[in-house]
Design a protein around this ligand. Structure first.
Ligand SMILES: Nc1nc2c(c(=O)[nH]1)N[C@H]1C(S)=C(S)[C@@H](COP(=O)(O)OP(=O)(O)OC[C@H]3O[C@@H](n4cnc5c(=O)[nH]c(N)nc54)[C@H](O)[C@@H]3O)O[C@H]1N2
Ligand SMILES: Nc1nc2c(c(=O)[nH]1)N[C@H]1C(S)=C(S)[C@@H](COP(=O)(O)OP(=O)(O)OC[C@H]3O[C@@H](n4cnc5c(=O)[nH]c(N)nc54)[C@H](O)[C@@H]3O)O[C@H]1N2
Ligand code: SF4
Ligand SMILES: [Mo]
Length: 720
């Protein structure tokens, strides 16, 4: 008898089981940028959502889902979904009719804009929405409201990667390669990504590479589950990524592990880099980063000697006051060693939100028009004005970035429409943000649950949940996907796109928003993106279904899209050459001091999603992780006489929070780590530093200086 063979289940091809009385709706997960395929189980009799099955036919996840993916459908039937519009009356949010709510919103918009000018009404949007909705938000701001002030939560997320990619390779697609390429790398360098918890379904790709003998280098101050299995774990001090990359570059250059032919033919700037990294010797870099000389040299040799390899990173690298430098410096590793444009060679950032990629392409960024066009580019403005049927002069210029917009509330911005974000949990200095929101003359929020931010609104509009959504999303690979939903709008809920079109109508701008379906919106988006960097013109709903998604750019109807970029080794600059850029190590904006001697870093756990407004309500996820905690290394805990499970007060110059101590060797001795998925008194963003990266305007969520005190206080219940 032979061994039982391991089947490759991702290749399994069979019809999914449909239970009696049910139908399956084939769609994608609402959470991370992997966009795993799933079938939603719907009871035909009453159209209730009763379960989920992973999709075997979708190559990204091939029949697997992570704990959040498995539980995501439960949002649909939760009792605390918003089912009617709410209006604040005598200080309390009370149920109201759509007419009342819309009349009030329109009169407030007209009032505020009449008194203070068009830009006094802002939009703060989000990237968990479909491409259609994100596109609509950008268009609605510019020619529905006529305001320059629109930005979105992706500013907190991937904006440093955008700037870094644009300045180095001229294009901002999350990954230069399809995920199926990862398996073919000989080395993977993963920096600042807790892949196993935040993009769990990427792990099979990493295992796939290792099965072929690939080496894994992980750069992370914490020994995450991904770092645990690394060949080399560069356990850097938070905020020292520029230095560690300079150290790796130094060794590779010294030991002649660079690809001189690639450098000469396909890049500019190498000589400056070579000069700058001379002083970043392993011992100097070891002092800055806290990583041993031996590990730096070993990692550099592994990376330099490998034929094919990828560098991949996430928010651990990007959410810093020097985030764009770090991104470009990690790209440098691939440029100097010629690891580009092939199977298993390229660069990627792990897209955060479900539509973190598409949401940053089609005009809801304040400095941008659809198709990655710059709002300051006269040609781009002319083209988009043509698509929208307006004069070029009617399109406003760039406005304020997300956090700057929050800071302007009550000042130059008097009214705000908040869609798909919960900034009073997810922004730095949340206490101040609460104050800014309260300073508004008028605040309207669209959400499907009463978030901590929605609680402060004057009007709350009940949106549908993702399971009821129809449209497209663009995943971590740059693959545009079709999402489909149950055709229902429970209670008085309404689809986001319909709410926006109706608002436009009531504002007298209806003729620009004559859409009858998400597909109508997509067809306009296709034209608006035509000729831009993120060109969707050749993508149709029909093609998306046939092809399991299409990678942009896809400029013509004949084109099948471009899974792998730069195969011709021409980068997206007029001379076709990638830019090698050189950076000095500057370190975090806020340094530790005698009073605040410990570094605080913040991030995620596998069971919760972002501000937690969607996952804290789901019982199974809440049970796995009911409350936040602070990870402390045993030797640091000993200094403060803190035992596991005791309550610790963590304070930064901006605020404090009391948390349960989790004593663990996962973190470095000079830092603590706290997940950020909770609001109110449990929000770690009371402490974080609002310093912004100068180019990307991302806040420095990954480093601030804190002190620890053991307390005896009991930590409050979480806000499920
Ligand atoms: N379970 C879960 N998954 C998610 C999300 C979620 O909320 N929960 N959110 C989605 C979204 S929007 C995003 S943006 C992604 C985020 O995905 P990730 O970026 O992977 O998640 P984080 O936990 O924010 O941070 C990643 C790692 O950065 C490390 N780090 C901290 N400081 C530094 C540093 O200075 N340098 C380096 N090299 N590393 C550092 C942390 O130790 C942490 O392990 O996840 C997506 N997936
Ligand atoms: N300390 C710290 N802070 C951080 C980070 C960190 O690592 N550390 N990471 C940052 C990052 S990477 C991100 S992405 C941000 C995210 O921060 P937020 O933007 O606040 O994230 P969400 O919790 O996704 O907020 C989305 C809200 O919109 C609702 N919603 C979801 N889908 C839809 C929809 O289709 N329509 C409508 N109308 N509503 C919808 C949800 O219920 C939720 O209330 O947080 C940032 N903040
Ligand atoms: S890996 Fe991401 S997309 Fe896949 S099931 Fe989990 S949260 Fe959803
Ligand atoms: Mo994010």
């Amino acid at each position: 008898m032979g061994h039982i063979q391991n089947k490759d289940y991702s290749q399994r091809d069979f019809d999914p089981i449909v239970r009696d009385g049910e139908e399956l709706i084939s769609t994608h997960c609402c959470f991370c940028g992997m966009q795993c395929g799933m079938n939603i189980r719907v009871k035909i009799a009453d159209q209730t959502v009763v379960g989920v099955e992973p999709r075997y036919d979708f190559p990204m996840n091939g029949g697997r889902l992570c704990p959040k993916g498995v539980a995501a459908y439960r949002q649909a039937e939760l009792g605390d979904r918003l089912k009617t519009p709410l209006i604040r009356k005598n200080g309390k949010l009370e149920p109201a009719t759509w007419d009342e709510a819309m009349d009030l919103i329109v009169s407030k918009i007209q009032d505020i804009q009449g008194k203070y000018g068009k830009d006094a009404f802002g939009i703060y949007s989000g990237s968990s929405m479909t491409n259609e909705k994100c596109y609509l938000m950008g268009k609605f701001a510019r020619i529905g409201l006529g305001t320059k002030n629109i930005d979105y939560n992706g500013r907190y997320c991937m904006s440093s990667a955008s700037v870094g990619f644009n300045q180095s390779i001229g294009i901002d697609r999350g990954s230069t390669n399809p995920w199926s390429d990862i398996k073919f790398a000989d080395v993977l360098l993963i920096a600042g990504s807790n892949t196993a918890e935040c993009h769990p379904l990427s792990m099979p790709y990493i295992w796939g590479a290792r099965d072929r003998g690939a080496k894994l280098i992980v750069v992370d101050p914490r020994q995450t589950k991904t770092a645990l299995v690394a060949d080399v774990h560069l356990d850097i001090r938070p905020g020292t990524d520029v230095a560690i990359a300079n150290g790796l570059l130094h060794v590779m250059i010294e030991e002649n592990l660079v690809d001189q032919e690639f450098i000469d033919n396909h890049t500019t700037g190498y000589e400056e880099l070579k000069e700058l990294v001379k002083k970043y010797t392993p011992s100097h870099v070891s002092e800055i980063t806290g990583v041993s000389v031996d590990k730096i040299v070993t990692a550099a040799r592994i990376f330099g000697q490998a034929k094919n390899g990828m560098t991949m990173f996430a928010r651990g690298v990007e959410q810093h006051a020097t985030g764009t430098d770090s991104v470009s410096n990690y790209v440098n590793l691939c440029l100097v060693t010629g690891k580009m444009g092939r199977k298993g060679s390229g660069v990627a950032t792990f897209t955060g939100q479900g539509n973190g990629q598409g949401g940053r392409e089609h005009g809801q960024k304040t400095d941008q028009l659809p198709g990655f066009r710059k709002i300051t580019d006269p040609k781009a403005r002319e083209y988009i004005a043509g698509v929208w049927g307006v004069e070029e002069s009617e399109i406003p210029g760039p406005g304020l970035s997300a956090f700057e917009m929050l800071q302007a509330l009550g000042k130059e911005i008097k009214g705000l429409l908040l869609v798909c974000s919960n900034p009073i949990v997810s922004s730095p200095t949340v206490k101040d943000v609460g104050g800014y929101l309260k300073d508004l003359d008028f605040f309207v929020c669209m959400d499907m649950f009463l978030s901590e931010s929605a609680e402060l609104a004057d009007v709350v509009l009940p949106s549908t949940v993702w399971v009821e959504d129809n449209g497209t999303m663009t995943n971590v690979e740059g693959r545009v996907l079709r999402v489909k939903g149950v055709d229902r709008t429970p209670g008085e809920t309404k689809r986001d796109w319909k709410i926006i079109c109706e608002l436009a109508e009531r504002l007298g701008r209806g003729k620009y928003f004559q859409f009858n379906s998400p597909e109508d919106i997509f067809n306009e988006l296709r034209v608006a993106s035509k000729g831009g960097i993120a060109d969707y013109y050749g993508i149709t709903y029909e093609k998306l279904e046939k092809m399991q998604g299409v990678f942009w750019p896809c400029p013509t109807e004949e084109s099948e899209g471009m899974p792998r970029l730069f195969e011709d080794l021409r980068f997206n600059f007029p001379d076709g050459k990638a830019r090698i850029l050189a950076f000095e190590h500057k370190g975090p904006n806020e340094k530790t001091s005698k009073e605040y001697p410990v570094i605080l870093s913040t991030g995620r756990v596998v069971f919760h999603y972002l501000s937690g407004n969607q996952t804290r309500r789901i019982e199974t996820l809440r049970n796995f992780c009911p409350d936040p905690y602070v990870e402390i290394h045993p030797s640091l805990a000993k200094k403060y006489n803190i035992s596991n499970g005791e309550t610790v007060k963590v304070s930064s110059p901006r605020g404090s929070i009391e948390l349960v101590a989790k004593i663990t060797k996962i973190t470095r001795e000079d830092m603590v780590f706290v997940p950020y998925h909770w609001g109110k008194e449990l929000a770690i963003n009371h402490l974080t530093n609002p310093a912004l990266e100068p180019k990307s305007k991302i806040p420095e969520f990954k480093v601030c200086a804190v002190k620890l005190e053991k307390t005896s206080a009991v930590v409050g219940e979480n806000h499920g």
